[in-house]
Write a protein that binds this ligand. Structure first.
Ligand code: SF4
Ligand code: SF4
Length: 429
């Protein structure tokens, strides 16, 4: 039985918890709130009360389960091996089954399933975004703030919507002269609509390594925003659509440059579809050939070192939770950075501590998200670097917001952008 179908599925996981409180030491929510409900142990107790029938899943309970960035730090610090990531997903899905989805989330996830409508909305948004967003001068990126506080954090800095989506900028198949491999690129929403610069860097690096790139136009959102918010129906619809889109085009491997998207392809699609024999087999097949871009470049290609040009950057690396703890990828991005001539890698304190973004968490709990971000920003500042590299567009957004608000001139990039820059310089020379 999947965690998405019943709260009973986590009974065993709940029984493993001996209430030692070790999770308190690493929980970013507990660090800020100092409240038992913020930490894994507190939410485990709530789930136990609900399962035993001592209390009901009320709206208030659902709100308490929203207090988690799903960073998985508690998983790794738990002496009993409690998989809290499974508990929180099951609890949120139960909250939606019992109390329904909040209207704003219902509208957002419905739009995500209607790809043409969503594309049209984003296109219109890219034209009229100036009405809601005010440009802020920044020499590295096009950034903006909300003109009016709509309750998602007045100080939050956003990237501007791209005038042209990544998927409309490129053909479905990008050919190279002598292809070593044919690779599908799952762009994810943030790279398709906002951070097209990351997408262009992925494509440039793959082409530089003689790889044919396939970008199915019919791919959709990875569905992680829906699954972590308990909307299992929407998450399943999106998982099926993505599997069919890539199966139709065919590829030797699939690459992702977003940590949530990578988790979806490697783990979540299979779990969501485990009751459908045919789709589960398809999800498992693609899970085996899905790679984060850094993992792919280190272990599958490996990427060309000749032709790399000098990039004079002092770089610190922030580890996305769903890349590091979710997929076990930590040394690969560092290996890439260390291979680039001129790059000096300087580690920050606790590079794997959550940045506080966590998708919709930062919109639902903007103040808390901001406090968690402030700690990360302070750690970045002490490295005295000029660049933060990371492996996820959502972390990039949060880190950009943090450094912009702290008023220091740090550029925030995806690791693959720095590699693409190095190839670019190499070609010029
Ligand atoms: S560290 Fe593990 S066993 Fe201890 S309270 Fe937290 S979840 Fe329970
Ligand atoms: S997943 Fe992260 S935020 Fe959620 S309870 Fe565990 S440590 Fe805290």
């Amino acid at each position: 039985m999947s965690v998405y179908d019943s709260l009973d599925s986590i009974t065993e996981e709940l029984h493993k918890c001996m209430k030692c409180g070790n999770c308190m030491a690493v929980c970013p929510i507990y660090k800020e709130t100092r409240q038992e409900v913020g930490v894994a142990r507190g939410k485990i107790s709530l789930a136990e009360y609900i399962l035993s029938g001592e209390t009901e899943m009320t709206k208030g309970m659902g709100d308490r389960f929203s207090l988690c960035t799903t960073c998985m730090a508690c998983n790794t610090n738990c002496p009993c091996g409690v998989r809290f990531d499974k508990i929180i997903l099951a609890a949120r899905a139960e909250a939606v089954r019992k109390k329904g989805l909040q209207s704003a989330k219902k509208i957002a996830f419905t739009a995500l399933k209607m790809q043409r409508v969503f594309d049209f909305g984003m296109k219109a948004g890219s034209i009229f975004q100036g009405i809601a967003l005010k440009n802020i001068p920044n020499r590295h990126s096009k950034l903006a703030r909300m003109r009016v506080d709509v309750g998602i954090g007045k100080e939050k800095v956003f990237p501007m919507l791209s005038k042209k989506t990544l998927r409309s900028e490129f053909p479905e198949v990008i050919k190279v002269k002598t292809p070593k491999m044919r690779v599908g690129f799952f762009t994810g929403c943030m790279i398709n609509y906002f951070y097209t610069d990351i997408g262009r860097a992925v494509i440039a690096v793959l082409r530089e390594n003689d790889i044919e790139v396939v970008i199915p136009k019919s791919q959709a959102c990875c569905g992680i925003p829906a699954s972590v918010n308990g909307d299992v129906v929407s998450a399943r619809t999106l998982a099926k659509r993505n599997l069919r889109a890539f199966e139709r085009m065919g590829a030797d491997a699939l690459v992702v440059a977003c940590s949530s998207g990578g988790t979806a392809w490697k783990h979540v699609f299979g779990e969501l579809l485990e009751n459908d024999h045919e789709l589960k087999a398809l999800a498992d097949k693609w899970a085996k050939k899905s790679y984060d871009i850094s993992e792919f470049l280190i272990h599958q290609v490996p990427f060309k070192k000749e032709g790399l040009g000098r990039v004079a950057r002092k770089v610190t690396y922030h580890e996305p939770c769903h890349l590091n703890r979710g997929q076990g990828i930590s040394k690969e991005p560092r290996e890439i950075l260390k291979s680039i001539p001129g790059v000096e890698l300087i580690e920050m304190k606790e590079p794997g501590r959550c940045c506080g973004m966590a998708g919709s968490f930062s919109l639902v709990h903007p103040d808390l998200s901001g406090q968690i971000s402030d700690r990360k920003t302070a750690d970045i500042q002490t490295t005295k670097t000029d660049t933060v590299a990371t492996g996820c567009p959502a972390c990039r957004l949060q880190l950009q917001s943090g450094v912009e608000n702290a008023g220091f001139d740090e550029e925030v990039l995806h690791t693959v952008q720095i590699l693409a820059e190095s190839y670019r310089v190499g070609r010029k020379n």
